[in-house]
Design a binder for this molecule. Sequence first.
Ligand code: C5P
Length: 303
Amino acid sequence: MDSGIRVRVPAKINLALMVGRQRSDQYHELATLFQAVSLYDDITASSSSDGITCEVLGAEAHKIGVGDDNLAVRAAKLLQEIYGITEGVHLVIDKRIPVAGGMAGGSADAAGALLACARFWELRIPVNELMELGAQLGADVPFPLMGGCAVGLGRGESLTPALCRGVFHWVLAFSTSHLSTPEVFRRFDEITAPHSIPAIPQVSQELMMALISGDLDRVGELLLNDLSQASCSLLPELHTTLRAGREAGCLGAIISGSGPTIAFLTKSESAAADLGVTLSSLGIARDIRLVTGPVGGAHFLED
Ligand code: C5P
C-alpha cells in the first residue's frame, strides 16, 4: 500500500514583531524574530486518482477548507504549474497548530506540502528554492522550512538565520476566540501615532545579543510585539491571560503574531510545567501546551 511521503513541520513564535509603515501593496513593513517550536503539523502526500485532494485531521479540522482556500492545496498547485506535473496528489494534514492562532499554522502546512509534494513527484528542489516558492504563497511560508531562529524583514519573508543559545521552555495559551489579522493591523494604524511608526523597523540589538548569549531572563524582558495593544483592544481577555502568566512568575510573555495565542517564557522545564498547571487551573485558555524551541525546520518522517 502507498503510505505516502510524511513531513513534520513546526509552528513559530515571534519573539519580536516590529511594525513599520504600510507599503503601496497595503502590507506593513515588518522586522520580526521567529523561533520554531516543538508544536507540529504532519503533512502526508500520497497518490490520488482525482487531481489534488486534501483531508484535514484533528480537533479543529472542521474550521479548515480543503479547496483552494487551503494554502497547502495552493502549494501543491504551484509546484504542479511550475514543474508541469499532471499527476495528482492526496494531502492529509494532521493539525495540532492552532487554527488562526498567530503561530503560522496555515503557512506551516503550505511549507510541509511543498516539501512532501516535491519528494512525492520526485522533483529535486533544494530547500532554498522551496523557500522562494513558499514566499509566493505567503510571507510566513519560508520560515517553517528553515526552522531554528531567524530575523524576517520585508513582510517577514526575507530571512536571515539568527544565532540562539540554550533551550527555551514556553507555555502556550490557546484562546477560544478568534482574531482577524487584517483587523489587528487596521487597529494598529488607528491607535498608533503616525510619527512613531518607523519606515523600516528593526529587531533590537539587545534582544539579538541576549539570544546569542542564552540570557533567558533578558530575552524575557525584551520580548516585544508592536501589535499587542491592537490585539488586546480587540480581545480584552488577552490582558487577563497575560497578567495571569506574569503574576505566576514567567520570564516574559508575548502575543504570537497578531494573536490570539500567548507564549510565556519560563526558566526551566519544571517552571513551565508549574505555570501550565496554574494557567489550566484558572481556566482562562482553551488549551495550554508546553513546547520548547528552537527546533529544526520541516523534515521527513521515515516509517
Ligand atoms: O499575510 P496575510 O495575507 O495573512 O495577511 C492578511 C492581511 O493582514 C493583509 O491583507 C494585510 O491587511 C494585513 N497585513 C499587513 N501587513 C503585514 C501582514 C499582514 O498589513 N505585514
